[in-house]
Ligand binder design. Structure first.
Ligand code: PAF
Length: 278
C-alpha cells in the first residue's frame, strides 16, 4: 500500500492504478463502518484509494476540530489489511493553499436537518469531496448511510456538476447494542455510551410502530421524541420524518420516509437514521 500527501505525488501514483478505481473518503480514526466501505470497494474495483483528511472547513469554530480523534498508524494498518492500494493524506495546506477562494455549495438540501444547526458544514463537505474526486478521479465512490443527508447532498452534487462517478451507499454498521459506529463515540464515557443506545432504540420503536400500522408522520416523530426524552442523559436536537430524496418534512399518512435524528449525549452530538416503508 502506497501513501501520498501532495497533489503531484497523487497524480503520479494515480497513473499506476488499474481501472476502475474506487474511492473511500474518510477523516480517519477508522472503525468497522469505514472498513465496510473499503471492503466493498475492494470487491467491486480493480484499485482502491482511501483518503484521510480531517477537513477543517466542515467544522464550525465551536465544533470539535482540535479534539477530533486521530490514530494515523492504526488507520494505515487497517487500510492495508483490507487491501487498499493507495492512501492520500493531504495536509490542510495541500487542500487549502494560501489565497484559496473556491467553494462548492448545494442549495436547499443543505438548509434542513443538519444544516439548521450546522449552516456551514455542508459547504465544507461538498467542497472537499469535489476536490477529492478531482484529485483521485475514481469511477466509483463509497459513502455510509449513517450520514444520510451527506449522501443525498453528494448525490445532488454529482448529478448537478456532471461528475462521471457512481456513488455506492453502504449500510450503517452498528455495535451489538445498536449504536451506529462513529468516530465520535470515542468521546462517550461508559454511562453516556449506555445512554447513546437510545438513538437506535427510538428509531426502531418508530419503525416497529409503522410496520404495525402507524402511518402518521407526527406520531412517528412523537414516538422517537418520547423515547429520547425518557433518557435523562440524552437531549434531542431534532427528529425528522422526511422524503428520502428531497428531505422535505412529511405530514399526515405516509407510505415511507427517512427518519433521521440528532441527539446530544453530554457534549457529544450523535446522528442516526432509519428508513421506514417504501
Ligand atoms: O463523512 C466523512 O467522514 C466526511 O464528511 C468526508 C466525506 C470524508 C468529507 O470530509
Amino acid at each position: 500500500m502506497k501513501t501520498v500527501v501532495t497533489i503531484s505525488e497523487l497524480r503520479s501514483a494515480r497513473l499506476e492504478l488499474a481501472e476502475p478505481v474506487g474511492l473511500v473518503p474518510t477523516m480517519g480514526y477508522l472503525h468497522e463502518g469505514h472498513l465496510s466501505l473499503a471492503k466493498r470497494a475492494r470487491e467491486e474495483c480493480a484499485s482502491v484509494v482511501a483518503t484521510i483528511f480531517i477537513n477543517p472547513t466542515q467544522f464550525a469554530p465551536e465544533e470539535d476540530l482540535d479534539s477530533y480523534p486521530r490514530d494515523l498508524d492504526k488507520d494505515l494498518a487497517l487500510l492495508e489489511e483490507v487491501g487498499v492500494d493507495l492512501v492520500w493524506m493531504p495536509t490542510p495546506e495541500v487542500m487549502y493553499p494560501e489565497n484559496y477562494q473556491t467553494w462548492v455549495t448545494v442549495d436547499e438540501l443543505t438548509h434542513v436537518l443538519e444544516g439548521t444547526s450546522r449552516p456551514t458544514h455542508f459547504q465544507g463537505v461538498t467542497t472537499v469531496v469535489a476536490k477529492l474526486f478531482n484529485g483521485v478521479l475514481p469511477q466509483k465512490t463509497y459513502f455510509g448511510q449513517k450520514d444520510a443527508q451527506q449522501v443525498v447532498v453528494i448525490q445532488r452534487m454529482l448529478q448537478d456538476l456532471n461528475f462521471p462517478i457512481e456513488i455506492v451507499v453502504c449500510p450503517i454498521v452498528r455495535e451489538p447494542d445498536g449504536l451506529a459506529m462513529s468516530s465520535r463515540n470515542y468521546y462517550l464515557n461508559p454511562e453516556q455510551r449506555q445512554a447513546a443506545t437510545v438513538l437506535y432504540r427510538a428509531l426502531t420503536a418508530a419503525k416497529e410502530a409503522f410496520e404495525a400500522g402507524e402511518q402518521q408522520a407526527e406520531k412517528l416523530r412523537a414516538i422517537v421524541t418520547n423515547k429520547v426524552n425518557a433518557e435523562s442523559l440524552a437531549e434531542l436536537e431534532y427528529i425528522s420524518c422526511a422524503h428520502p430524496e428531497t428531505l422535505i418534512e412529511l405530514e399526515g399518512a405516509i407510505e415511507g420516509a427517512l427518519l433521521s435524528m440528532a441527539v446530544c449525549v453530554g457534549k457529544t452530538r450523535l446522528i442516526d437514521n432509519i428508513f421506514v416503508g417504501k
